[in-house]
Design a protein around this ligand. Structure first.
Ligand SMILES: [Zn+2]
Length: 346
């Protein structure tokens, strides 16, 4: 009896998805976008809207601050744009890609995590190294991080080297959050990105660059990373419906560990690298040794013939190696996070 009641309640929950019927779509606010092109920004907009000094950042940007709990949603909670649903091969937790003919491509990813009770930083040294050496990378930002760092978010979304992905609103444990609570963590972040893209669009520097340059900046984040790398079948199914592939990793820099060194990170990456690898690190000030490790392994990987691509580009290079569960390195190895973070303020 109780089981039936639960099923009825679940089926009655409004799933927040776009209209699937094109006729309804002309009226509805939520319409799937055309499949996106893997273009991630405009050098004209980047150079026209910020000076090189402004792009460089400073040591103060890296600071992490504890704050009172802030669960205030973004000023838009439902994104105007939606992506088409995912094809079946992209519907699980993607750990790596098998590039066609073993092509040596790899994706560097940097998380910009931010919980409800903190304002995290921006590791300008990571971004500066990547810009100076023209290395492509993907940043996964919490929506609240985007709201608290509007200039840096707009700079990252405008930079053609970088893809900006979704890392949930306040970095909730999405193995614990269910239903609307889980969906909002994802949707609010999509909506916050849209708001900042519109804010950028309204600037004279963008008008000067023209429509065709603005069109190079994606209308939405195209990829998602689960906070703590933990997921549920429900959350994976929801992401599939709203067109966001869940991007896990196969190489862990372990840079949140206080005693982590640049040399140890470089050793780990060079030991584990294989074509189609996805490397996880942090750029919110939480990483230890992260920026210093980049010159220790990136030139070596280039010498080995590796090319760095954004995650969305990596996904087009060959079939994804995906798992039904989300884990760090072995199935179940990150469930301990549920106890630590499952009950934090939402
Ligand atoms: Zn994170």
């Amino acid at each position: 009896m109780r089981k039936w009641a639960a099923i009825l309640i679940l089926s009655a929950l409004p799933l927040q998805v776009p209209a699937q019927n094109p006729a309804a779509c002309s009226e509805a606010q939520f319409c799937p976008l055309d499949p996106p092109e893997p273009v991630f920004g405009s050098s004209t907009i980047l150079a026209g809207c910020w000076t090189s000094r402004e792009l460089q950042g400073s040591a103060a940007d890296k600071k992490i601050r504890r704050t009172a709990v802030n669960t205030k949603p973004p000023s838009r909670q439902m994104p105007k744009n939606f992506l088409p649903p995912l094809s079946p091969e992209l519907q699980n937790s993607i750990r790596q890609v098998h590039p066609a003919s073993g092509k040596k491509v790899a994706a560097l990813t940097f998380d910009l995590c931010e919980r409800a009770n903190e304002i995290t930083g921006y590791d300008y040294r990571v971004v500066n190294y990547l810009r100076q050496n023209k290395i492509k990378a993907t940043f996964f930002a919490s929506g609240k991080w985007m709201r608290d760092h509007p200039e840096q978010t707009m700079q990252l979304m405008a930079d053609p080297l970088f893809e900006l992905g979704n890392h949930a609103w306040t970095h909730d444990d999405l193995r614990i959050d269910q239903g609307i609570k889980m969906e909002d963590q994802i949707l609010w972040t999509q909506a916050q990105y849209e708001l900042l893209r519109e804010q950028l669009q309204a600037r004279p520097c963008v008008a000067k660059a023209g429509e065709s340059e603005l069109a190079k900046i994606p209308k939405l984040p195209l990829v998602f990373r689960f906070p703590y790398g933990v997921c549920s079948p429900e959350a994976l199914a929801y992401l599939a419906q709203i067109g966001l592939p869940a991007i896990q990793w196969n190489i862990v820099t372990a840079d949140p560990a206080q005693n982590r060194t640049a040399a140890a990170i470089a050793r780990e990456v060079l030991k584990k690298i294989s074509p189609g690898s996805i490397i996880i690190a942090h750029a919110n000030g939480l990483g230890h040794g992260t920026s210093q490790s980049l010159p220790l392994f990136i030139p070596s990987l280039k010498k080995m013939g590796y090319e760095f691509v954004t995650v969305s580009e990596l996904l087009t290079s060959g079939p994804a190696l995906a798992a039904k569960d989300c884990y760090e390195l072995k199935p179940g190895d990150n469930h301990g996070y549920d106890k630590i973070y499952g009950k934090q303020p939402k």
